[in-house]
Design a protein around this ligand. Structure first.
Ligand code: ASP
Ligand code: MG
Length: 426
């Protein structure tokens, strides 16, 4: 059997849903599980709705109406018959949000977030399953929350693998025998049957979990790019598609921030040697990228940019050395503040980290660090990671930049930099 994953961009409107149906029709008859995200930018909208609700803002209901209108517009474009059951199914899913909005926002924010935001995936899959059936492609909708079992670390839930494996193997093969199965990415269920989510952009990870538990033949992620590119076209004019990639390089690229695949996706399928294809939903005839066990380096250097970085330099107050004891304390504080280190470097008397700028988090982090250490930081920086770098590639990205930090290993170079002339240290 195979697993297909379609992201929000692929089903952002009625034409996208029709295109998905065409892609499925191209497929020779074999068992297929389709994992789908929320439509277009729905998750961002639902996030906004959640925060507005929690803060008790006036436009809460307005936001909710906009989300509903967007979906019903797509439904009107796909289903001429107003009696198609999809109208009721989607309304019922939205009622779940209505109930929450009618109450006081007294539960934990992360818990509320998951109960509200998950509706995006539930409605997108309802619409797509109904459309496939209308188009004559028999398909069965199923609820991912009964399979992907998680703890209750809401918004970043951890998968309980044994339980998940059991549930998937017990129920899914029978459904797959009957027809194409369609389910949600991103969401899971806790042991108390509350909804959890796996972290933003987590649908790829969901697809990988299903693949692994079902021992799938392959997984395909359908994207709006021709495959894995050596740089994000947002930052680079000339990009190249990488036709073949090893799991190892894919993990490295996603770890450093390549957004083409969610970083947690590769490991589960690598463990089972399941090939992962990244293909274009705009050009389904072309081959895309194959991520497998191949033992070959990337054919071209790859670049990953992260903007909005803060470089934090930490010094012992008494100008003593940075040793294991301070490092362990620093990492403890980073971990406590849920701040992820993008790159780091230590010297005798200082330790520097580059992290994403999240105002509230960084303020708290600096406050906590400052209790024990002397802290300096620079904001508004860029971090570029070059996999398979050489001197030319470094020169290319650092033109007109001031370099604040450079870290090299055998295959990877990371540079924290800023446009010339706009230096500022606090
Ligand atoms: N809909 C979720 C998000 O936008 C999950 C995903 O797209 O993978 O984060
Ligand atoms: Mg998405």
């Amino acid at each position: 059997m195979q697993v297909y994953k379609f992201g929000g961009a692929s089903v952002k409107d009625a034409a996208g849903v029709k295109n998905l149906a065409n892609i499925i029709q191209l497929e020779p008859k074999r068992e297929l599980l389709i994992v789908v995200s929320a439509m277009g930018k729905t998750t961002n909208k639902l996030e906004e709705l959640t925060w507005a609700f929690i803060k008790g803002e006036d436009h809460t209901h307005q936001l909710f109406e906009e989300i509903k209108a967007y979906h019903f517009d797509i439904i009107h474009n796909l289903f001429e018959d107003p009696k198609n059951p999809v109208y009721n199914e989607v309304s019922n899913a939205f009622v779940e949000i209505e109930w929450l909005l009618d109450e006081e926002a007294s539960d934990g924010a992360d818990y509320l977030y998951d109960q509200i935001v998950s509706i995006g995936e539930l409605v997108s899959t309802k619409i797509i399953a109904a459309y496939l059936n209308l188009a004559g492609i028999f398909s069965i909708w199923t609820d991912a929350r009964s399979y992907i079992k998680t703890d209750n670390n809401y918004r970043e839930a951890n998968v309980l693998w044994d339980k998940t494996n059991q549930e998937i193997q017990k129920h899914l093969p029978t459904l797959l025998d009957k027809g194409i199965v369609i389910t949600q990415g991103f969401i899971g269920g806790t042991s108390e049957n509350f909804t959890s989510t796996l972290g933003r952009e987590g649908s790829d990870y969901s697809a990988a979990i299903f693949c692994s538990c079902l021992n799938a033949e392959s997984m395909t992620i359908w994207k709006d790019v021709p495959g894995v590119l050596n740089a994000d076209p947002k930052w680079f004019d000339e990009t190249e598609k990488i036709p073949q990639l090893s799991y190892h390089d894919a993990i490295e690229l996603t770890y450093y921030g390549a957004t083409v695949i969610h970083p947690k996706t590769i490991k589960p399928i690598q463990n089972k040697s399941i090939p992962l294809y990244v293909r274009s939903f705009l050009d389904p005839g072309s081959a895309g990228t194959a991520i497998t066990n191949i033992d070959a380096p990337l054919p071209v250097p790859s670049f990953i940019f992260k903007v909005n970085q803060v470089l934090i330099s930490i010094f012992p107050k008494d100008f003593s050395f940075i040793i294991e004891e301070n490092l362990s304390q620093i990492f403890h504080i980073l971990h406590q503040n849920k701040v992820k280190v993008n790159t780091m470097l230590n010297s005798a008397i200082s330790f520097s980290v580059s992290v994403d700028f999240d105002e509230a988090k960084i303020k708290q982090l600096i406050q906590d660090l400052s209790e024990t250490f002397k802290v300096k930081y620079n904001q508004g920086l860029e971090l570029v990671t070059i996999r398979y770098y050489n001197q030319d590639t470094i020169a290319r990205v650092t033109t007109d930049k001031d370099v604040l930090l450079e870290v090299k290993s055998r295959h990877t170079c990371q540079i924290v930099m800023k446009d010339k002339l706009s230096f500022r240290t606090k």
